[in-house]
Design a binder for this molecule. Structure first.
Ligand SMILES: Cc1cc2nc3c(=O)[nH]c(=O)nc-3n(C[C@H](O)[C@H](O)[C@H](O)COP(=O)(O)O)c2cc1C
Length: 189
């Protein structure tokens, strides 16, 4: 079984970033993976990692899911040209995996999605996400999605109305499963 953890979103309860994440997650499921989603509602309850409100046990569900995962999907909005604080804070929690036998994102494929009002911020955010994933020893997929935030990009059922967007998200969802399978086989060899 291939396990994928999908994390991302914003404080916005109609977050387009989270809809993009869930769309890619559905593709990963179609490709045979089991996916756990940690969306904006969950991420915004996390305290600042290591700060005064950070108590033992914070983020445990997410950390345990990533610990067992073979691949990760991450979706972040571009805020002032880069990864939003809510998503970066969630990624900071992966520090809790530093002492594992598979530390951080070792041997995990990582599919990345960046959303923004403009192309410059979505590209900058994707590049920053890739740098973060390399620092965490993860393996970014060849395709990374840069999504231009537009009204009605997704309908209420989560279907995508724009072919450029859906094509990118489908590729990211498929590639994260392909990468996860390959890395799992390679690690067991
Ligand atoms: C604080 C803040 C900063 C933002 N900065 C940028 C930016 O620098 N460039 C840009 O294109 N869009 C920017 N945006 C727009 C977001 O990227 C856009 O709202 C996001 O992709 C979609 O958000 P949602 O998931 O909440 O729907 C910003 C939005 C906020 C709230």
């Amino acid at each position: 079984m291939i396990r994928i953890v999908a994390l991302g979103g914003t404080v916005n309860d109609k977050s387009m970033t989270e809809k993009a994440l869930r769309y890619a997650a559905r593709q990963a499921e179609k490709a045979g993976a089991v996916v756990d989603v940690f969306g904006g509602e969950y991420l915004t309850t996390l305290p600042h990692y290591g700060g005064p409100g950070h108590q033992d046990g914070a983020g445990t569900e997410m950390i345990e899911a990533v610990r067992k995962a073979d691949g990760i999907l991450i979706a972040a909005p571009g805020y002032h040209g880069t990864v939003s604080g809510v998503v970066k804070n969630a990624l900071d929690f992966l520090e809790d995996l530093s002492g594992d036998t598979r530390p951080y994102l070792h041997a995990r494929a990582v599919g990345l999605i960046a959303t923004a009002a403009g192309e410059q911020a979505s590209m900058g955010t994707l590049t920053t996400l890739r740098a973060i994933i390399h620092a965490l020893r993860g393996w970014p997929t060849p395709m990374g999605a840069t999504i231009k935030a537009m009204p009605d990009l997704f309908d209420d059922a989560g279907n995508c109305t724009d072919p450029r967007t859906s094509a990118q998200l489908e590729m990211v969802g498929e590639q994260v499963v392909m990468g996860a399978r390959s890395l799992k086989l390679g690690s067991e060899a």
